[in-house]
Design a binder for this molecule. Structure first.
Ligand code: KG4
Ligand code: ZN
Length: 342
């Protein structure tokens, strides 16, 4: 019998129905992008209220698309960390209600580990652990040594902005929409990635597996509006916009890929897993494929719809259920990211 997975860590309300064999029978994602666009970032209070309105219809839609009645669920899973506390609590309350009504196990899972688990779905061959894992999203940019789906050791991460946050801020500087990644990607098409020299902070530091994106963002800001330029300087358009977007995108991708290469060399892992919204980026995906080919390692990149937030990656909860875990109704959220093991 399948499990119901619920995901409300940030600004997507999502539910999925997944069999023990890891087949995703239905995956529904209600995006809040339109609600947050005018602020060019997620407003936590707006996000929690939208989750409250959407969670029940999203779950009902997932159940109906899967053709499953609630009494046919074997367990309920919910992402309990990391994330926005108000958002997490909405998903948890819904999950507890359903698990209590059906008297089935309730299992919490880690959203970041779940992003990497998406690599294991819909794959003909099983992934051979250990792997290097990169999660690059709006809230996280971290590298892991993945010993197994539930055993992740953090090797490094961003010391300032997350990669997705950098894309979002860059898009805002360029007068583009939110979330920024897809806008930058579209604006960069046809642009020259070498038109502007932008920094790749920390990329050349072979001693650290950390990332930094704030200097890149600031450098772009000064190209768009040099010091002393009037505050109402209009955003770039046409060729200049394309060149700026392409140069930014190239610098962000180079920064990410440099550390992945270093992590592969340091750990000796023969497999790379990636996940998170930024890994939907076509240039990053192509560059990772090329790197993996050059280094003779396997790379698993989820389909785009499994890179951004979704509940299908909640399939990771089966790993816990199969070892007999049941968190019960005492399960609580852990908004912070302080975790080594899941
Ligand atoms: O994983 P995700 O959906 O949510 C979080 O857990 O944060 O990631 C959202 C982030 C946003 O910052 C968005 O700009 C970025 O992923 N993103 C992209 C692309 N699509 C989404 N960044 C670069 N290129 C893309 N195509
Ligand atoms: Zn995410």
């Amino acid at each position: 019998m399948p499990l119901l997975a619920i995901e409300t860590t940030c600004d997507e309300t999502a539910a999925a129905v997944i069999t023990r064999g890891r087949s995703v029978l239905a995956s529904v994602v209600a995006s809040q992008d339109a609600l947050h666009a005018r602020w060019r970032g997620v407003v936590p209070e707006v996000a929690s209220r939208a989750h409250v309105e959407r969670i029940v219809p999203v779950i009902d839609e997932a159940m109906s698309r899967a053709g499953i009645a609630r009494r046919d669920l074997e367990a309920v899973a919910v992402a309990v960390r990391p994330g926005l506390v108000g958002s997490l609590l909405v998903g948890l309350a819904a999950a507890k209600g359903i698990a209590a009504a059906l008297s089935v196990p309730l299992v919490g899972y880690d959203h970041v580990a779940a992003h990497l688990y998406a690599c294991r779905l819909a794959r003909p061959e099983p992934i051979r652990d250990p792997c290097v894992g990169l999660v690059a999203s709006g809230g996280h940019t971290s590298l892991f040594l993945v010993r197994s789906p539930l055993d992740l050791e953090r090797l490094g991460g961003t010391i300032d902005d997350a990669a997705g946050e950098a894309f979002d801020k860059a898009a805002s500087l360029l007068g583009l929409g939110y979330p920024g990644g897809p806008w930058i990607e579209r604006a960069a098409a046809g642009g020259d990635p070498r038109a502007h020299r932008l920094p790749r902070p920390l990329a050349g530091d072979r001693d650290r597996l950390d990332f930094s994106f704030s200097g890149l963002k600031t450098a772009l800001r000064y190209l768009v509006r040099p010091p002393g330029a009037p505050a109402d300087t209009p955003p770039p358009t046409g060729r200049r916009l394309a060149d700026l977007a392409a140069s930014f995108q190239q610098a962000a991708v180079d920064s990410i890929v440099a550390k992945i290469d270093l992590a592969l060399a340091r750990t000796g892992c023969r497999t790379l897993l990636v996940g998170g919204g930024v890994t939907a980026n076509a240039l990053l995906r192509a560059t990772l494929e090329a790197l993996a080919h050059d280094r003779g390692v396997a790379v698993a990149i989820p389909p785009r719809e499994l890179c951004t937030d979704n509940a299908a990656m909640g399939a990771i909860a089966w790993e816990r259920i199969e070892r007999g875990d049941d968190d019960g109704l005492d399960l609580d959220v852990r908004p912070g990211t302080d975790r080594r093991r899941t």
